[in-house]
Write a protein that binds this ligand. Structure first.
Ligand code: ADP
Ligand code: MG
Length: 208
């Protein structure tokens, strides 16, 4: 049987997954986690509800260097609601490993976020517009971000965030990029795809 212990991840992460009630990896987790652990750029197409959040959260939590001061992983989300959900899931999976995560999004106090950003965070989850505001005002230090995740790329395209994402990628120059989507339209690959060097493509088909 497939289990999470087949992956090279720490016991604190395995225990947290157990506490969450995640018994076995989903298909996309099974395929993508080893590639992300191996520092590959990955483009993932898999339907809604297939467990894409844990797909990137588990290996990135494993790869975080605990005592660095600035964020090492940046997760881009199209909406505030999704950003909050992703933050919760990273918190739950990373709790025993004492991973720090914060979310920043629009229609919320800039000053409060500025304070949260001064604390030590391993992960930042952000919507593109508010993140760019913080970058412009230099209230966030992204100089140590190695890992960039672009979640729900199809929604990002629909909401007109592609140019902002390109700007963010150019400014932070991450070592690894992971893009996830329920559908992979050519427009996404033609635009953001050009920033993702030699990606591994993972496409999990629906079995309905
Ligand atoms: P997606 O991003 O692909 O739409 P999510 O990451 O939001 O999917 O996950 C959908 C649901 O499945 C969430 O409630 C999540 O907690 C749960 N889930 C994720 N991975 C597992 C797993 N391995 N075992 C059980 N439940 C899981
Ligand atoms: Mg998702």
């Amino acid at each position: 049987m497939r289990t999470f212990s087949q992956f090279e991840i720490r016991n604190e992460i395995l225990e947290s997954l157990d506490l969450l009630g995640y018994k076995t990896p989903t298909e996309v987790q099974e395929e993508a986690i080893p590639e992300i652990l191996n520092d590959k750029n990955v483009v993932i197409k898999s339907k809604t509800g297939s467990g894409k959040t844990a797909t990137f959260s588990i290996p990135l939590i494993q790869k975080i260097v605990w005592d660095k001061k600035n964020p090492q992983a940046l997760i881009l989300s199209p909406t505030r609601e999704l950003a909050m959900q992703i933050k919760e899931e990273i918190f739950s999976i990373g709790r025993l490993a004492r991973i720090k995560v914060e979310a920043i999004y629009g229609k919320s106090s800039f000053i409060k976020q500025e304070k949260l950003l001064k604390q030590r965070n391993h992960f930042i989850v952000a919507t593109p517009g508010r993140l760019l505001d913080h970058m412009t005002r230099k209230t966030i230090d992204l100089s140590e971000v190695d890992y960039l995740v672009i979640d729900e790329a199809d929604e990002m395209l629909k909401m007109g965030f592609i140019e902002q994402i390109e700007e963010i990628i150019q400014q932070i120059n991450p070592k690894q990029i992971i893009l996830l989507s329920a559908t992979l339209e050519e427009k996404i690959l033609n635009k953001i795809g050009t920033y993702i060097t030699n990606p591994v493509y993972i496409s999990v088909e629906d079995h309905n």
